[in-house]
Design a protein around this ligand. Structure first.
Ligand SMILES: [Zn+2]
Ligand SMILES: [Zn+2]
Length: 319
């Protein structure tokens, strides 16, 4: 089986140690507990930082676990329940006090911009840096950010208020040389940049070097974040083959009626989702405050999907 995850104690060093690395900062649902904080996590992709949800106290969690939030480039907010965005204003103002100059990009539901504007207005805050807000669209999978190395998509899930999940897919403009091939084919040095860029190379004496024969696509990481939703198995095939899926597991399955009433999922349903998607690793989070330890969640989920982890605050997971 392909190696699928690594767990680092006490957060990562940021520089991330793997191409894509997830640090969990909050695993609680609506109310925090003395050991669990509201939803927040940071994805480090090639040493760029992206935040997903930002519950109350997230900046403190960043400090405790060594996440340099001044370096966060973009934040993705799933929905406007308070356990998913109340920390955003705190981070924005601390970054301002600490002299941030770089723009900060926020992707979230309609109304989040208005919530922030009201707070800026009544506290007379003028930011040193630009805030750019992008409203999420309720229309299937949408590419909301795209560059040479990364594609981010949003997709609606089903909750009591409009709510979105996010996918993060690593991209690479370059192909890798197949192991051992360069030596055996006597490839001229000047050919490499063409081959790695996906172009054939013809040498001055007419020998053609085919990029398809000599190179391969690199292994690229992918991560999906799904929180605050009723069980949506129809969504799972769209995430087929993802490396890691984070799925909310607010309740155990004996509380299915409560999960359905509040538009949440159970640990068993999260595992069924992962099994349909065929991902490598499932991470469970967004636990109800009624649970003090997560052993039963793990048992319930692993009965369906073996490679399940319980999200732990302050730990980083290689994806
Ligand atoms: Zn929530
Ligand atoms: Zn919610």
């Amino acid at each position: 089986m392909r190696y699928s995850f690594l767990v680092f104690e006490n957060g990562s060093s940021y520089l991330c140690q793997m191409p894509m690395e997830l640090t969990i900062l909050g695993t609680s649902s609506a109310t925090p507990t003395t050991t669990r904080h509201p939803s927040a996590q940071v994805l480090c992709i090639k040493n760029r930082l992206f935040m997903i949800d930002c519950g109350e106290g997230t900046q403190l969690q960043c400090m405790v676990h060594g996440v340099k939030f001044q370096r966060i480039e973009r934040v993705f907010i799933s929905h406007l329940h308070q356990d998913h965005y109340l920390g955003l204003l705190g981070i924005i103002t601390t970054m301002n006090l600490n002299g941030r100059q770089e723009p900060f990009y926020i992707y979230g539901p309609k109304g989040l911009d208005e919530i922030m504007e009201v707070q800026f207005k009544w506290s007379s805050i003028v930011l040193n840096y630009a805030l750019e807000f992008f409203e999420l669209k309720d229309d299937g999978f949408q590419i909301i950010y795209d560059d040479e190395y990364l594609e981010v998509q949003s997709f609606p899930v089903k909750h009591r208020v409009p709510c979105w999940g996010f996918t993060f897919k690593e991209k690479s403009p370059f192909r890798n040389m197949k192991k051992g091939v360069a030596e055996s084919k006597n490839i001229p040095i000047e050919a490499f940049k063409f081959l790695k860029s996906g172009e054939d190379y013809t040498s001055p004496d007419g020998v053609v070097f085919s990029f398809e024969e000599l190179t391969e696509l690199p292994k690229l990481s992918s991560y999906a974040y799904i929180t605050d939703t009723i069980y949506l198995p129809e969504l799972a095939p769209k995430l087929r083959g993802f490396d890691t899926i984070y799925h909310e597991a607010t309740y155990l399955h004996d509380m299915l009626p409560k999960a359905e009433e509040t538009f949440h999922s159970t640990a068993k349903q999260a595992a069924e989702f992962a099994a349909i998607a065929g991902c490598d690793t499932l991470i469970l989070g967004h636990f109800s405050a009624r649970y003090h330890e997560m052993g039963d969640h793990l048992l319930e989920a692993t009965a369906v999907f073996k490679n399940t982890l319980i999200a732990e605050e302050g730990k980083s997971y290689a994806i």
